[in-house]
Design a protein around this ligand. Structure first.
Ligand SMILES: [Zn+2]
Length: 101
């Protein structure tokens, strides 16, 4: 799921409030992290059938441009709204983009 500007601002504020490290813990470079444009999900292993109810964690990758080190921020802990209204908004934006192509 693609994140919109409102969601992105919530994540950036969360990271500014919570993250104490200002450099990459792997390569030591300063201010090299990029926020992903999508929410991904970690799925419980082994995957269970569709009706089986696997546990899923929504995460947003934050990646170091220098070395590729990637940290995953849990969207629920960061309180990023992932409800249907955001999805509906995203779908509307996507439909609009596709309509203009
Ligand atoms: Zn790095």
């Amino acid at each position: 799921m693609r994140i919109n500007d409102g969601q992105k601002q919530i994540i950036i504020k969360f990271l500014q409030d919570k993250w104490k490290l200002k450099s990459c813990p792997v390569c030591g470079q300063q201010q090299t992290y990029d926020l992903a444009e999508q929410v991904y999900q970690l799925t419980e292993y082994p995957a269970v059938g569709r009706m089986g109810g696997s546990v899923v964690a929504p995460v947003i990758p934050v990646t170091c441009r220098n070395c590729g080190n990637t940290l995953l921020v849990n969207a629920l802990i960061a309180k990023v709204p992932l409800n249907n209204s955001w999805l509906d908004e995203e779908r509307a934006e996507q439909e609009e983009r596709e309509g203009h192509q």
